[in-house]
Design a protein around this ligand. Structure first.
Ligand code: AMP
Length: 288
C-alpha cells in the first residue's frame, strides 16, 4: 500500500541454489509474481499487491520455451532484462529470479506436469502443449520459492484455473491469487504482445473489449442463451476487418465447458488474431 517511491535494492538471482539460499531466512510471508518479462502496468499491479500483502516479494522473469507451441513465437517474444530489472527495483521487490533456460531445464530434464479437463478447451485446444509448459514451470517455481501467495492476472483466466488445479492436486500450499486485468484507456488489455501490433492493428485491437462488453450488456439485460451471447461477440468482431477470431466462448465459470444456457458463473472469452499477433481477453459473468 506504500505510495512513496521504493528505496529497497532488488537482488537478482540466477540459479536454484542461490534462490533457495536467499529465501531460507527471508521474512514471511513471501509473495511470488511469475512473469515472462517485458514488464508493463499489468505486471506492476501484481507486484504492488504482492508487496502490500507480504513481508518478502519476489518476481520471476523467465521466457518459458515449453509453453510456446510455435518456435517463431518464442523467438520473437520481446525481451529486455535491464528495463525489467529497473521496473522490479522501482516496485520495491526484494528478489528477482531470472534463470537461464538450462537452469530450469538441464539436459536430461524429463518431467511434464499435465493438468486435466480445465486445461483442455480454449487456450489448451488452440495451443497444444501450452498448459503443460505453464503447469510444469509454475510447479517448479512454487516448489523453489515456497511462497505463501502467488499472484496471477485474470487476463489469463484459464491459466489461473489450471494453476489452481495443479497446486491443489500436488498439495502445494501456495495461495493462488487472481488480480484484475489492467487496460489501456481504450479498453485494450495490456500484454507484452501488444508491442507487435502495427499502428492500424493497434487501433483495431480494442474490438476485443467491445465484443465482451456487448455480450455482458446482453447478459445484464437478461439474455441467457450461450449461442446468443457468442453471436453478440462474433457480430462485434466482424465489424473489424483486421480481427480474425480464433475462438469465441461462453463457458461454465468452474469447468470451462461451453454453455447452452448461462445459469451460474460463466466466463466470456475470446482469442483474436491481428496479422501474426494473437490477443486474448475475457470477462467473468457472476451474479453471485
Ligand atoms: P506474462 O509475463 O504475460 O506471462 O504475465 C505474467 C503475469 O502477469 C500473468 O499472471 C498474467 O496473467 C499477468 N498479466 C499479464 N497482463 C496483465 C494485465 N493486463 N493485467 C493484469 N495482469 C496481467
Amino acid at each position: 500500500m506504500s505510495t512513496t517511491p521504493a528505496r529497497r535494492t532488488t537482488r537478482v538471482l540466477h540459479t536454484h541454489a542461490d534462490l533457495r539460499a536467499a529465501l531460507a531466512d527471508a521474512p514471511r510471508p513471501i509473495g511470488l509474481v511469475p512473469t515472462m518479462g517485458w514488464l508493463h502496468e499489468g505486471h506492476r499491479s501484481l507486484m504492488q499487491r504482492a508487496r502490500a500483502e507480504n513481508a518478502t516479494t519476489i518476481a520471476t522473469i523467465f521466457v518459458n520455451p515449453r509453453q510456446f507451441n510455435e518456435a517463431a513465437d518464442y523467438q520473437q517474444y520481446p525481451r529486455n532484462e535491464a528495463r525489467d530489472l529497473a521496473i522490479c527495483e522501482e516496485e520495491g521487490l526484494d528478489f528477482v529470479f531470472a534463470p537461464p533456460v538450462e537452469e530450469v531445464y538441464p539436459p536430461g530434464f524429463d518431467t511434464i506436469v499435465s493438468v486435466g479437463a480445465v486445461a483442455r478447451p480454449l487456450e489448451g485446444a488452440a495451443r497444444p502443449g501450452h498448459f503443460d509448459g505453464v503447469a510444469t514451470v509454475v510447479a517448479i517455481l512454487f516448489d523453489l520459492v515456497g511462497a505463501e501467495r502467488a499472484y496471477f492476472g485474470q487476463k489469463d483466466a484459464q491459466q489461473v484455473m489450471v494453476i489452481r488445479q495443479m497446486a491443489r492436486d500436488l498439495a502445494i500450499p501456495t495461495d493462488v491469487i487472481a488480480c484484475p486485468t489492467v487496460r489501456e484507456p481504450d479498453g485494450l488489455a495490456l500484454s507484452s504482445r501488444n508491442v507487435h501490433l502495427s499502428p492500424t492493428e493497434r487501433a483495431a485491437a480494442p474490438v476485443l473489449r467491445r465484443a465482451l462488453t456487448a455480450a455482458r450488456d446482453r447478459w445484464e439485460a437478461g439474455e441467457r442463451s450461450g449461442d446468443a451471447l457468442r453471436a453478440a461477440m462474433t457480430r462485434v468482431l466482424a465489424s473489424e476487418p483486421l480481427a480474425k477470431p480464433d475462438y469465441v466462448s461462453v463457458a461454465d465459470g468452474l469447468t470451462l465447458a461451453e454453455l447452452e444456457r448461462v445459469d451460474g458463473p460463466a466466463l466470456l472469452s475470446l482469442a483474436v488474431r491481428f496479422g501474426d499477433t494473437r490477443l486474448i481477453d475475457n470477462e467473468l459473468l457472476d451474479s453471485g
